[in-house]
Design a protein around this ligand. Structure first.
Ligand code: SF4
Length: 438
């Protein structure tokens, strides 16, 4: 039971998967942007609680088990959930109250409740302050579910000092949340129930004015509402900053959009190409990606000085073993700047997981392997082993020096960013598949 007269010590931890934690131990963390999760949580602590708040991101600093607090809030995605639960067990042994949130607990609250005293389902803006007050009054509930219709309006001011200590010189900001698209493998739609929120453009612009030169939009998909993104990018033009964002290929297929964002300082887009196989895209409800348009979209973006981080997934039901070579060839031919390959991963709580589970295709429920680098299900047209080996081969081929040089030396390339990105990816994704040579 909490002593009401005492100052509350709150510790927020962003749990990280093994790959991140090991990279941090080797002193080469590979995040190229700063998530704002922790500083947002810290900003939500009501001032009148006069709490002492600490934050730790395992993705960029080593977190010792020798921690102390009255209450620990752990945010986690699926591959970091075992680590989050390990931390929770240690915390409870020390008598620390444990709360959990983030994608995995939101989609699997019953599981998280085995390790936590309380779970926040959905976004925390409207639930965390109430939870902390309940805690202070010794009335903590087991579940806090976000049911609010309004989000992203009058956001609390963020203290970005922590980020500048630990990340590359970029400043991250949210401009929207959610996504109404229903890609079967994505955790976001089930978490937000396909809803979408936009932040008032004047609030975004005012915040960007207080930030650095390189601005990263953290949104999973900031290009849903045309009136919002057009206004935002138009106003960005006056700020003379470099903008980086995630967008859909639908958005990038409109040349007017590319012209607008290029004029407004956009230097890079993260795009979910997902697959070169249209049938595969159709099976996961991503029909709005049109493979025939890929080359033209890439060329247009490059012509307007916009670099590309391409997300490409292997292991869809129509992918045979030839998909790896075909994809690497495409990437080299089109000179995509940076490529993040992944294995299709049926995150628990998604329609894909339910589908595979029903068909007995799930091999393991060891969540630490749900990191998009391991085959955790039985693919249709190759073995799990071939899928993992194909992923490693694709990384190795793509990040050979010859391939990097071929891709980054082109007219209009954002050379410094591309070089840094390629070096980080080469360093991070070499030898990640443990059974490679066995
Ligand atoms: S993958 Fe992208 S477009 Fe599809 S649901 Fe997720 S955020 Fe939306």
């Amino acid at each position: 039971m909490y002593n009401k007269s005492k100052k509350i010590k709150i510790l927020f931890v962003l749990a990280a998967g093994k790959l991140y934690r090991e990279a941090v131990k080797r002193d080469n963390p590979y995040r190229y942007y700063a998530p704002t999760t922790l500083i947002q949580l810290a900003a939500l602590v009501p001032k009148y609680l006069n709490a002492e708040v600490k934050i730790v991101d395992q993705g960029c600093e080593v977190f010792s088990d020798d921690f102390n607090a009255d209450i620990i809030g752990i945010s986690t995605i699926t591959c970091a959930a075992p680590e989050a639960y390990r931390i929770a067990k240690i915390a409870r042994k020390k008598g620390i109250t444990v709360i959990m949130g983030g994608y995995h607990p939101s989609l699997n609250p019953d599981e998280a409740l085995k390790y936590a005293d309380s779970v926040v389902v959905g976004y925390a803006e409207n639930t965390l302050p109430k939870l902390l007050i309940d805690y202070k009054n010794n009335k903590l509930k087991r579940l806090y579910r976000d049911t609010s219709k309004t989000l992203l309006v009058k956001m609390p001011e963020l203290d970005r000092k922590y980020l500048s200590k630990t990340y590359f010189p970029s400043s991250s900001i949210e401009t929207t949340r959610g996504c109404p698209n229903g890609c079967k493998f994505c955790s976001l739609p089930p978490m937000v129930k396909n809803r979408y929120w936009t932040r008032p453009v004047d609030e975004i612009i005012n915040e960007i004015k207080t930030m650095g030169k390189n601005i990263v939009f953290l949104d999973s998909n900031h290009t849903v509402l045309k009136s919002h993104y057009l206004k935002l990018w138009k106003e960005m033009e006056n700020l003379k900053v470099n903008g980086y964002a995630a967008a859909t290929l639908q958005f990038a297929s409109e040349i007017d959009n590319i012209k607008l964002i290029a004029k407004s300082g956009c230097k890079g887009l993260l795009l979910g190409f997902e697959s070169l196989n249209q049938e595969s895209l159709n099976t996961v409800n991503k029909k709005f990606n049109n493979v025939i348009q890929y080359k033209e979209i890439i060329k247009n973006l490059h012509d307007y000085g916009i670099g590309i981080i391409a997300c490409i997934v292997f292991g869809f039901d129509y992918d045979g073993t030839s998909i790896f070579e075909k994809t690497v060839q495409f990437v080299n031919d089109t000179k995509i700047d940076i490529i993040k390959y992944a294995i299709l991963t049926p995150f628990p709580g998604t329609p894909l997981f339910n589908d595979f589970k029903k068909k007995n295709r799930i091999i393991t429920e060891d969540w630490s392997l749900y990191d998009t680098l391991h085959a955790v299900y039985i693919p249709k047209k190759m073995s799990p082993y071939q899928l993992e080996q194909g992923l490693q081969w694709s990384f190795d081929e793509t990040y050979k020096i010859k391939s990097i040089l071929n891709r980054i030396f082109r007219r209009g390339s954002p050379l410094i960013h591309s070089t840094i990105g390629n070096v980080i990816f080469k360093r991070t994704f070499s030898n990640i598949i443990p059974n490679k040579n066995s």
